[in-house]
Design a protein around this ligand. Structure first.
Ligand code: ASP
Ligand code: MG
Length: 459
């Protein structure tokens, strides 16, 4: 049994929806389908509740959502379409009540926020299950909160409680599969043990799919997308880049965290715990092998597998002449940043300075946080925007001598200055910062160094 996950863009057009059906029908073994909201729906809901609204606006939003999902239904009149229409109506009524509640009370708690955002997936599973059933499969839409996708209570970024998921969800899904049903399950959200809906973070359906595979012992997890898989570099920057056939869990996690948009970084964790392979597949060329992520997927022949990047980061440096001797200095800084919700990409320290990399969009929050501790913790600070984080990833980094020298020589040959370097924390990745304006030539230089075939002099 496998898990097949389809993201929002796979549900974005009639053609894409047809392809989803074909791919699912072609799978003869039993399968669990996990889907995101149709593209743009979660954003629309999020934007809608971000400010006070008039009643009329609620009606307009609901009408647009209703029409969008009805349009996605199978066109054949009959029982399948009728039942799906009823289910859509049921969801619309609930969503309407929630939105009126928020509008009248002018209050949006993290709990209500998550509940409202979950409606994108609640609607999309109805559509996908109806299409599959219309084409002869016995598919049923299932909502993850109803079948026991249990998480902690960290609203907006919840973590699945894997043992409980296995106990609850495993049983409900197994029994459906035994009856010949193909479950179509909502991604992105679950529920606390007390029954409050939680979301697992934006683009979190990859993670949901991996949790569901863990809970049901399904393997592999296929993540269907509109690209072939992980690439050796962003094709927008390096036209010679190519698809990577296989990655270890660590390599995939580092790449996903540092910029590759192919997979949600958190999806790796539940999969790795049970040795479940994750395969990235292209909806537009299903016969292509894609990228397989799993154990024993380290190939020694490639020293590095990929170079990724995060543009628009900022370096925050906190200075203190005695930093190296003050216990708790680093944690004071990271704690105060965490209290403002600032995400730290990476940290390096010296005797007189702690430097952390943060998202450029969070500079104002970081400033506020750090200002409140300067004097007590740290003598002064400095924030440098316009920085890019470059990450080279490969199991080979850990056991091949001279790799760092090759990376930095390639970068230096383009006269690019490297600022912060972080290596050693991960055995499969180095990362460092350069000026944003030097990003493209840096990535190109590294790609060329490692991926251009060496010319044989005798040729
Ligand atoms: N629909 C959610 C989002 O847009 C989850 C997902 O797409 O994976 O963030
Ligand atoms: Mg999405």
């Amino acid at each position: 049994m496998k898990v097949m996950k389809f993201g929002g863009t796979c549900l974005g057009s009639e053609d894409a929806l047809d392809r989803v059906s074909k791919v699912v029908q072609a799978e003869k073994d039993s399968k669990i389908v996990v889907v995101s909201a149709a593209s743009g729906v979660t954003n629309t809901l999020k934007e809608f509740i971000s400010k006070p609204r008039q009643e009329k606006e609620i009606d307009d939003l609901l009408l647009a959502l209703r029409m969008r999902h009805i349009d996605m239904l199978p066109k054949t009149e009959g029982q399948v379409r009728k039942e799906a229409l009823d289910l859509i109506e049921e969801k619309m009524t609930k969503l309407e009540r929630l939105l009126y509640g928020v509008t009248y009370t002018e209050e949006l708690t993290p709990r209500t926020n998550d509940l409202i955002l979950s409606f994108g997936e609640r609607l999309s599973v109805i559509v996908v299950a109806a299409r599959l059933t219309d084409e002869g499969l016995n598919a049923i839409a299932m909502e993850s909160d109803a079948i026991g996708f249990i998480t902690n209570d960290h609203h907006g970024n919840a973590v699945a409680l894997l043992d409980l998921c296995e106990k609850n969800m495993g049983a409900s899904l197994d029994s459906a599969i035994r009856q010949g049903i193909t479950p179509v399950v909502t991604g992105f959200f679950g529920t606390t043990q007390n029954g409050h809906v939680t979301t697992v973070g934006r683009s979190g359906t990859d993670y949901s799919a991996a949790v569901i595979a863990y809970a049901t012992n399904a393997k592999p997890v296929e993540i269907w997308k509109e690209v072939d898989g992980f690439m050796s570099a962003d094709p927008k920057l390096v036209k010679e880049s190519f698809t990577i056939e296989s990655l270890s869990y660590e390599e995939a996690a580092e790449l996903a965290y540092f910029g590759a948009q192919v997979l949600h970084a958190r999806a790796v964790q539940p999969a790795r715990l049970k040795g479940i392979e994750i395969i990235i597949k292209n909806l537009y060329s299903p016969e292509a092998p894609g990228t397989t992520i799993g154990n024993g997927k380290q190939t020694k022949k490639d020293v590095i597998k990929s170079v990724s990047y995060v543009p628009k980061v900022a370096t925050l440096k906190v200075y203190d002449t005695g930093a190296g001797y003050k216990s708790g200095f680093l944690s004071d800084i990271t704690n105060c940043l965490a209290s403002e919700g600032v995400n730290i990409f990476s940290a390096t320290t010296s005797q007189t300075c702690v430097a952390v990399l943060i998202d450029e969009n969070q500079i104002h929050l970081a400033k506020r946080a750090i200002k409140s501790i300067i004097g007590g913790v740290g003598e002064s600070f400095e924030i440098k925007p316009g920085v890019a984080l470059v990450c080279t990833v490969g199991e080979g980094l850990g056991y091949t001598e001279g790799v760092a020298a090759r990376v930095f020589k390639a970068v230096a040959s383009k006269k690019v200055n490297v600022d912060l370097i972080s290596a050693g924390a991960s055995t499969v990745a180095y990362h460092f910062t350069v000026d944003n304006k030097d990003l493209k030539k840096t990535v190109m230089a590294i790609h060329k160094e490692f991926f251009t075939p060496v010319q044989n002099d005798a040729d």
